[in-house]
Write a protein that binds this ligand. Structure first.
Ligand code: ZN
Length: 221
């Protein structure tokens, strides 16, 4: 069954989820913690719609495949078709903001990176993209003022601020649309700040976003 994005009032978005377009290294502090160079253009990749699962309740994690890392990210729900869009067009096509985990099989990814191979399987597996409900956007928010946090077992692990993104939301979405046409129901993940780490069994996650979104999940296997 296809995943349908939902708003925080429970309403279903009229299109099923499409692709999830993601950016690596959109926060300088996270690029540094993984010893990656800070990019001059966004490093883009796609997670398939089949990787999405609802974020909340229990979180199924494939521990049999080595270390699984959490990456908390701001998620954007796209409501219009965008091809070679301007930053203004990109910005006004965003109809909701939410939170996501870009789950990553870090051991698998490290092996693939070492060989210079694509690391799709480390990022696109079933369940690799837990997605929250979306706060509906009546008007364009102040992206710089947005912030989100991830707490694990009561401890602050990640805090992302819109103002710290290397590629701000409108520029990032416009750039994505130069490579991939974005369609209603597609979701954009905007990268993760410093503080990524390994998930462990039984961990209790709480994610919050300015504007009133809060979601909790417990890691199971
Ligand atoms: Zn990520």
């Amino acid at each position: 069954m296809r995943f349908v994005p939902r708003f925080t009032d429970g309403q279903a978005f009229p299109h099923a989820l499409g692709k999830i377009v993601c950016v690596g290294r959109n926060y300088a502090d996270h690029a540094r913690e993984l010893d990656n160079p800070v990019p001059s253009e966004p490093l883009l990749f796609i997670k398939p719609a089949t990787s999405a699962v609802p974020l909340g309740g229990t979180l199924d994690v494939p521990f049999s495949r080595g270390e699984v890392h959490y990456e908390a990210e701001l998620a954007l729900l796209i409501g219009e078709t965008l091809t070679h869009a301007t930053a203004d067009e990109a910005e006004s096509a965003i109809v909701g903001i939410g939170l996501a985990l870009d789950l990553t099989l870090r051991d698998v990814q490290a092996r693939l990176k070492e060989k210079g191979h694509p690391w799709e399987v480390a990022k696109g597996f079933d369940g690799a993209c837990p997605l929250s409900h979306f706060l509906p956007l009546g008007r364009i928010p102040n992206w710089n003022a947005l912030s989100f946090e991830l707490h694990i077992d009561g401890e602050l692990r990640q805090r992302g601020e819109g103002a710290d993104m290397l590629f701000p939301v409108p520029t990032l979405v416009a750039e994505m649309s130069r490579h991939f046409t974005l369609e209603p129901g597609d979701v954009v993940l905007t990268g993760t700040p410093a503080g990524v780490g390994q998930l462990s069994r039984g961990a209790q996650l709480r994610l919050t976003l300015t504007g009133g979104l809060e979601v909790s999940a417990r890691v199971v296997e």
